[in-house]
Write a protein that binds this ligand. Structure first.
Ligand SMILES: [Zn+2]
Length: 425
């Protein structure tokens, strides 16, 4: 007896649909296709069917004709389908690993074809009974967006934030979001303690067949780290710009980022008025901090400012300097590359890419030398960053709106971790 319904889904394609390379790395090893019942088919699986749904993934280096040809479709059907797909879709955008499905009648004719462009859109080719040509169009896949509360705990079973999120059934995206929000306050690489916990409110989009699509921005978050409670909420201004604030309405965005590198980099050499230089082998001042980082890691501006220098310096190799307000100038050395458009006079925002980590100039290995000057004098960047006052408060005219939104969000956060409300998109 022939199976009436056969759904073949590749694990890798699920990961690619999630659109997050980091999650893909965490999936179990892909050892070929598995046969499984897709959720959307469960409801009608008992009804007599007149067709098979072939579901497969786009192979590496595939052409549309080659990919569809392996399913032994009648020649006339194959050419009609290839014609419809290639004339409605830029086939160069066909991505290896993405899912496609062919609904094939038992007499060999094709009823419909669907290719998932990304988690939210599909190319769908179908035709009415009796037609020869297919009509193809890009369709939005139905999804539901719900505000959810996520809670997690750091303990022996889940010593990292990504493991605790995985246990809560959530994704690494939220760890990256929390690292961004609390970057000045919590060291997510080595500062977490057993017993730390967090709660957050976020919108989550899930496709109607159960596939995760994505999160909206985190709306509110609370993190208990080593006994202290840090809280943050997102607040949008009338002009559409949004930022994160503490519950009193002070911006979490500091004058300086904690470091010019993403996440918490390892400090390999501290600021010093006199140290033995690792290449020159004699003592001299170390006018900055060295961060160990791989070649190619992005280096960003620690604050808003104007590029004052971009080019080669003796010893510093490829170097960028940015002038900020209050007499500050930051300095980034040994870069392997300077970002396009970073030239003297260019305005840069906090967090904008300046270049990539390298080991140009006098460097014994790839690292970033980060220096900071105040009124022309080198200062210890670590101490200087810590001494600066908290960020700007919400303007007085918006404080009432801020307080109302804070009360709503933090009340929602106190609800048990589950869906709070749903609205169809
Ligand atoms: Zn250095």
């Amino acid at each position: 007896m022939t199976p009436r319904t056969q759904i073949v889904v590749g694990l890798t394609s699920l990961a690619l649909s999630a659109g997050l390379a980091l999650v893909r790395d965490r999936l179990p090893e892909h050892t070929g296709n598995v046969i499984t019942d897709a959720p959307r088919r469960l409801a009608d699986v008992l009804l007599p069917r007149d067709s098979d749904v072939i579901s497969s993934v786009v192979p590496n280096g595939a052409t549309v004709a080659g990919m569809l040809g392996k399913h032994l479709l009648p020649e006339s059907e194959l050419s009609a389908l290839v014609q419809a797909v290639t004339s409605n879709f830029d086939v160069r955008k066909l991505r290896a690993g993405n899912i496609y499905k062919i609904d094939r009648l038992f007499d060999g004719r094709i009823r419909s074809f669907e290719y998932e462009i990304d988690p939210t859109r599909a190319l769908r080719a179908s035709r009415r009974e009796g037609d020869i040509a297919f009509a193809a169009e890009v369709v939005e896949l139905p999804r539901t967006t719900t505000q959810v509360v996520v809670e997690g705990r750091i303990d022996r079973d889940a010593p990292s934030i990504s493991e605790s999120l995985e246990r809560a059934g959530e994704r690494l995206d939220l760890a990256l979001a929390m690292a961004d929000i609390f970057s000045g306050e919590i060291d997510f690489n080595s500062g977490l303690q057993p017993g730390d916990s967090y709660r957050l409110v976020v919108e989550k989009s899930v496709r109607d067949d159960g596939l995760f699509v994505g999160y909206g921005p985190v709306k509110a978050a609370e993190f208990v780290n080593d006994g202290r409670t840090l809280a943050a909420m997102r607040f949008a201004f009338p002009d559409g710009k949004a930022g994160y604030f503490d519950t009193d309405g002070r911006s979490l965005k500091r004058f300086f980022l904690k470091t010019p590198l993403k996440f918490e980099p390892r400090i390999t050499s501290r600021f010093s008025r006199s140290r033995m230089h690792p290449v020159l082998k004699y003592a001299r001042a170390h006018n900055g901090v060295d961060y160990g980082a791989p070649t190619g890691a992005p280096v960003v501006s620690v604050s808003n400012g104007t590029v004052s220098f971009a080019g080669w310096t003796n010893g510093g190799g490829r170097t960028v300097r940015v002038r900020h307000t209050s007499g500050y100038e930051s300095e980034y050395m040994h870069l392997s590359a300077i970002a396009a458009g970073i030239t003297p006079g260019t305005r840069v925002g906090q967090g904008d890419l300046l270049g990539l980590v390298g080991q140009t100039g006098l460097a014994s290995g790839p690292h970033l030398h980060y220096g900071l000057r105040r009124n022309g004098q080198y200062v210890n960047p670590i101490a200087e960053h810590q001494n600066l006052p908290p960020g700007e408060p919400v303007p007085a005219v918006l404080k009432a709106a801020f307080d109302a939104e804070r009360n709503t969000l933090f009340a929602a956060m106190r609800q048990p971790a589950r869906a709070l409300s749903a609205n169809d998109e």
